[in-house]
Design a protein around this ligand. Structure first.
Ligand code: BGC
Length: 455
């Protein structure tokens, strides 16, 4: 009797809890026409980018984890039709990918029409599948010949970049590309290539960062103007922006003025070091006793039609006299982390979107990347929902975010980490090149098809 009563009470309790949950469950609907999207980059998936600086970098022993090289990567170059169907299968409206400068212009002034034809077919395949292409012109890699001339430091680079943008626009983009990214994550590129020396060109001298930063700003602006001029000439509507990598930098101690000062400095330089000059026309980097740059650059103001945001994580900044800068970047104690040790911090997504909206009131925002390394697909689904909930909150408060590109469509070559980190909605078996939709991929498919999710 007592047992029966206890079971009934337990049943009632569970029912109430369940009902309470159901009452609170809410469908987070995204605005009509919201652009669900997936993202990749050429070097990470296509394979055999043999005329590029990254290809050379990978051959140097010790540069890439486990001595790996990109090699055939995901062999995407030979699998565009099949991979386009994978994108379509996710139900997304847009696909962000990069075209490879080293393949299109393998030697200075020599255009490779086979490569151009390849990308033309890719655009046509996407359009036939009802997917809108978004092109990135520079995603970390350079043609070897340009690297040898000095990369972003060479004074001829802005014109060379604009000429490359022109070729891509007239021969590839005119087949129906509206959204353009000139440079992916300029500040990441600057930090890893010129400050830490971990990526090409492998410099590690803070005093030398002004030249490549200037080169990137001028190149971006030159390509922006060229693309718009061409589009105007043939009456097309295009939008050009930059994909900024934005991270939250919080002080280790909220009351330690040095931690606070340094966290604010990291934010100022890393998050806004490229964006600010495009607003003010002045390139500024000021770190006491270390570097002082303040320079006016012509023609760069107002060259972002939308703000591209790549969001992944946060860093905790602590004053450390013995370190350069002098600061340590830490992971929040006790925080959940991804396979590559990055803190999972969804709220930071909202915080960074607020920061963008405050700097650029009313300017459209596109999430050009967000995702996680999770080889077992153990937490990607939750990561996705938690981040999308923060995005939903931002949109609900009036922040004009127009689309969300998940990084990445499939597992790929993760730069200095090699093939180990798995960022894909599809897993890739590199021995057979078989792609398999992960459980989290199925979730993303459902979210994009229903334009929202239950929470
Ligand atoms: C880059 C991608 C990279 C991803 C994950 C972004 O910083 O744009 O190329 O794969 O992060 O690390």
């Amino acid at each position: 009797m007592l047992m029966k009563l206890a079971t009934s009470l337990l049943f009632l309790l569970l029912l109430t809890l369940n009902l309470a949950h159901a009452e609170h469950a809410k469908f987070l609907a995204f605005p009509e026409g919201f652009k669900w999207c997936v993202a990749t980059s050429a070097h990470q998936i296509e394979g055999y980018n043999t005329e590029s600086d990254w290809w050379d970098w990978e051959q140097i022993p010790g540069k890439i984890k486990n001595g790996e090289t990109s090699g055939a990567a995901c062999d995407h170059w030979n699998r565009v039709p099949q991979d386009t169907l994978l994108i379509k299968n996710l139900g997304v409206k847009q696909y962000r990918f990069s075209v490879e400068w080293a393949k299109i212009e393998p030697r200075e002034g020599q255009w490779d029409f086979e490569a151009i034809l390849h990308y033309q077919l890719e655009i046509l395949a996407l359009r036939a599948a009802g997917i809108e292409p978004m092109i990135t012109l520079h995603h970390f890699t350079f043609p070897r010949w340009l690297r040898e001339k000095g990369g972003w430091e060479w004074e001829g680079t802005p014109e060379a970049f604009a000429a490359y943008a022109e070729k891509v626009y007239t021969l590839i983009g005119a087949l129906g590309v509206r959204d353009w990214i000139t440079i992916n994550e300029p500040m990441v590129h600057l930090v890893l290539g010129y400050l830490s020396g971990m990526e090409p060109p492998g410099y590690a001298d803070i005093k030398k960062v002004a030249a490549p930063l200037r080169g990137m700003l001028l190149s971006h602006a030159a390509a922006y103007r060229r693309l718009h001029r061409l589009a105007q000439e043939n009456g097309r509507d295009i939008r050009v922006g930059v994909a900024h990598h934005l991270r939250v930098f919080d002080p280790h101690s909220k009351i330690n003025p040095l931690d606070r000062y340094l966290a604010a400095k990291f934010d100022e330089i890393f998050n806004w070091g490229f964006d600010e000059p495009l607003t003010t026309g002045r390139m500024k980097i000021k770190i006491p006793f270390t570097i002082h740059v303040d320079e006016r650059l012509p023609g760069i103001v107002g060259t972002q039609d939308f703000i591209g945001v790549n969001y992944y994580t946060r860093d905790i900044i602590k004053f450390a006299l013995k370190k350069p800068l002098p600061a340590e970047m830490l992971v929040k104690e006790g925080a959940a982390t991804t396979d590559v040790g990055w803190e999972i911090y969804p709220k930071g997504f909202y915080r960074m979107l607020r920061a963008v909206a405050e700097r650029h009131p009313g300017v459209p925002i596109v999430i050009t990347e967000n995702g996680t390394a999770d080889s077992r697909d153990a937490f990607r689904g939750e990561f996705l929902k938690d981040h999308l909930a923060q995005l939903h909150r931002a949109i609900h408060e009036g922040i004009p975010v127009e689309g969300y590109c998940h990084w990445s469509l499939m597992d790929n070559f993760e730069w200095i980490y090699g093939f180990e980190p798995r960022f894909g909605l599809y897993s890739v078996d590199y021995a057979t090149q078989k792609r398999t939709l992960r459980e989290s991929g199925r979730l993303y498919q459902q979210i994009s098809r229903e334009n929202g999710f239950w929470r």
